[in-house]
Design a protein around this ligand. Structure first.
Ligand SMILES: [Zn+2]
Length: 334
């Protein structure tokens, strides 16, 4: 089973010492008017502890950042939902690691779904896209896609450090596949829920906390089962339609929920002229010449993630072809 090649077990990193940033959920949250009105309810990542049960969790709720990603293409509904889930998951999986660079989830297949890609950076910037060809099967069973491969990659492009784990695809979908990955690679019980609609993309992850020996705390299997059962009462509409703190209160108010400071998330793209130059250079002279010829001695590259346009005239193009490739430069994505 795939673990990270070097040090990077994704959830194996214990969160930073919690004390200064922890606070309790208010005893009572009015469902219509939140008690703390300036807390973000969209594009936010919450980390929390269920102290009595020995469970840690992360809750991601995306609004505008998801709309930015979803609006880049006319995605078929089934793919729209899968992309939203992947985007929420990419942020969710950064909840319990010290991320340096980016965390990406990438699914490729030779079937109608060609690519599903979502990424979250250490600056809490999210981007994602999907490519497809023809009509997609509904429901979109990931494990039935031909030649499907899904990977989680944690990396720092500048430093050339990348750790990749392959995720076995399960019929239970993206959430079930990721959940299985964590259970297998960390030997700790985990639950992952993902959902997306036109308004929101949401992810909830729970993990039983390890004891000092790194094993799941054995003292309270009942507690884990209790949390799983509480979580199972959550319907998709409730998951999508409820503000984060209200959701945690509704589910776990008898479980001593402790919240860390929330983290703001936002849409953002890491494309740059330098990266596009590297990509063009990797195509080679013949292709660059052909691209110049096709468009009146100009090349236009449009970033699929953010629609940023990059222009290169003949002088630019010849200049970049004469440069040496920057070390570790070309990312597979722009
Ligand atoms: Zn871009």
């Amino acid at each position: 089973m795939s673990a990270w090649e070097v040090t990077g077990s994704i959830g194996g990193v214990v969160p930073a010492p919690p004390c200064p940033h922890l606070r309790r959920l208010p005893d009572r949250i009015n469902q219509r008017t939140p008690t703390v009105e300036n807390l973000p309810v969209e594009d936010v990542l919450h980390r929390f502890l269920l102290e009595r049960a020995g469970v840690r969790g992360t809750l991601v709720r995306l609004g505008p950042a998801w709309h930015e990603v979803a609006g880049r293409a006319d995605y078929p509904p089934v793919l729209h939902a899968a992309l939203g889930e992947a985007l929420a998951a990419s942020a969710l999986l950064t909840g319990n690691i010290k991320l340096d660079g980016t965390l990406s989830i990438e699914l490729k297949s030779s079937g109608a779904l060609r690519l599903l890609f979502a990424e979250c950076t250490d600056q809490s910037q999210l981007r994602g896209l999907a490519r497809w060809n023809g009509s997609l099967p509904e429901p979109l069973a990931l494990d039935a896609l031909p030649d499907a491969v899904m990977a989680i990659t944690i990396g720092n492009v500048e430093r050339g450090q990348r750790y990749q784990g392959l995720v076995e695809l399960q019929h239970a979908g993206l959430a079930g596949s990721l959940e299985n990955y964590f259970v297998q690679s960390e030997q700790l019980p985990a639950r992952i829920l993902l959902a997306a609609d036109a308004g929101h993309a949401v992810g909830l992850m729970l993990q039983k906390m390890p004891d000092e020996g790194g094993h799941a705390a054995a003292l309270d299997d009942d507690a884990w089962n209790r949390i799983v059962q509480l979580t199972a009462t959550l319907g998709v509409e409730e998951l999508l339609g409820t503000a984060p703190e209200q959701l945690l209160y509704r589910l776990y108010h008898e479980e001593s929920v402790r919240l860390f400071e929330p983290r703001a998330l936002a849409f953002g793209c890491s494309c740059s002229r330098g990266r596009v130059s590297s990509m063009l250079r990797s195509l080679g002279r013949d292709e660059v010449e052909a691209a110049l010829a096709a468009r009146g001695d100009e090349i236009e590259v449009i970033c699929e993630f953010c629609a940023q346009r990059y222009h290169f005239d003949r002088i630019d193009a010849l200049h970049l072809l004469s440069e040496h490739a920057a070390p570790g430069a070309p990312d597979t994505e722009q």
